[in-house]
Design a protein around this ligand. Sequence first.
Ligand code: A2H
Length: 252
Amino acid sequence: EGVGPQEYTLIKMKVLETPKALSSIKQPIYMVAATLRPETMYGQTNCWLHPDIKYIAWQTSRNNEVWISTRRAARNMTYQGFTAEEGDVKVLAELTGQELLGVPLSAPLTPHKIVYTLPMLSIKEDKGTGVVTSVPSDSPDDYAALVDLQKKEAFRQKYGLKDEMVLPYEPIPIIEVPTLGKLSAVHAYETLKIQSQNDKDKLAEAKEMCYLKSFYDGVMLVGEFAGRKIQDVKKDLQKRLVDANEADVYYE
Ligand code: A2H
């Protein structure tokens, strides 16, 4: 990673049914996922949370919205104009990822009307918001974690997830990458015979196979920018999302 701060697009995923633990909150609630790939939002199938990480629901100064992220990310955001006062996080609730699983969300650009929060064990507490949007077509980590849940009923049951939150969601072809095809992450996963989201070395290899190539040679298959190269549309797509109040820009 470079010297300067990293710019993330914060994707706002609206909570459609407030979980019990947040029932006192009457404002609109969003999970905010930090991504480097706003142009992949057409392929979202779910949202990842780490079951053991602590998240907070906190008051932003944006349209009275309440956002869910790690406390660390919320604190950083107080210095980026997201709150009334710098350094002051107004915490409305604190809870673990586990308490927030199986929550229905509405997310931008994906064809799915509802996507669910599901568990991912490789989420890092000290990066982004701790909330990760899942694009299994183009992210080997996302594909591996989704397949783990789809293959193992016991894993779904452990977290109280219903089959319909997981089983109907398949990778969506959104970007064509020369030699890797229209589902580049699936191609890498299969070529390297990855077994699970814990296959760290092979997943690192899969990411090497996919990411640079997708960024430099990938072509959009869907949406307003279909037929255009990824590197030429990333900024425009970010701006569209921000202008529609479906995203924000966050640095760390
Ligand atoms: B990306 P970097 Cl399709 N822990 O978004 C683990 N991973 C995290 C995270 C956390 N706390 N916060 C964000 N991320 C993921 C989409 C995507 C991403 C695609 C392809 C590649 C890709 C859909 N998931 O990232 O360490 C998020 O996944 C390639 C690295 O700051 C975020 O972008 O470089 C990316 O990792 C940020 O990772």
